[in-house]
Design a protein around this ligand. Structure first.
Ligand SMILES: [Cu+2]
Length: 142
């Protein structure tokens, strides 16, 4: 009995891992940790965003309309710890996914919103619209 429930548990765990792998985006390299907990962030609706981006920020305007994303895979150079501000304009809510370590899952609302991040490690970090599986930019962090 016990071994059967163990096996069921193992099967369930495996299924969970598979679901996570499928749900996650494109498994583009990196160390795939089964329990990788993405850092969860939320973009602030632009109407509520009072702060203007810092003077040294890299501001990236992102437009999502239907399944069209702009920019689309553009490479953007930033420095380590430089503020990166995404100004999002989207027709529906969704998730901006930053493939840093740990990854950042940024939920944004429909309409215009703003979120600021920074990357503390050098490398090329893909940013995509998670639910569309489409790349927005590649942050080249130096
Ligand atoms: Cu992703």
């Amino acid at each position: 009995m016990e071994s059967r429930s163990r096996r069921a548990q193992a099967a369930a765990a495996l299924l969970t891992v598979l679901i996570v792998l499928l749900a996650g985006c494109g498994g583009s390299g990196g160390t795939a940790k089964p329990t990788s907990a993405d850092e969860s962030l939320s973009a602030t609706p632009a109407a509520q965003a009072t702060a203007t981006p810092p003077a040294d920020a890299k501001v990236i305007a992102v437009t999502v309309k239907g399944d069209t994303v702009s920019p689309s895979g553009t490479r953007v150079s930033v420095k380590r710890d430089q503020p990166v501000v995404f100004q999002i304009d989207a027709d529906t809510d969704g998730e901006l996914h930053v493939h840093s370590t740990p990854a950042k899952a940024i939920e944004y609302p429909a309409g215009k919103s703003v979120v600021q991040i920074s990357i503390d490690q050098p490398g090329v970090i893909e940013v995509e619209i998670e639910q569309l599986g489409k790349q927005v930019v590649q942050l080249e962090v130096k």
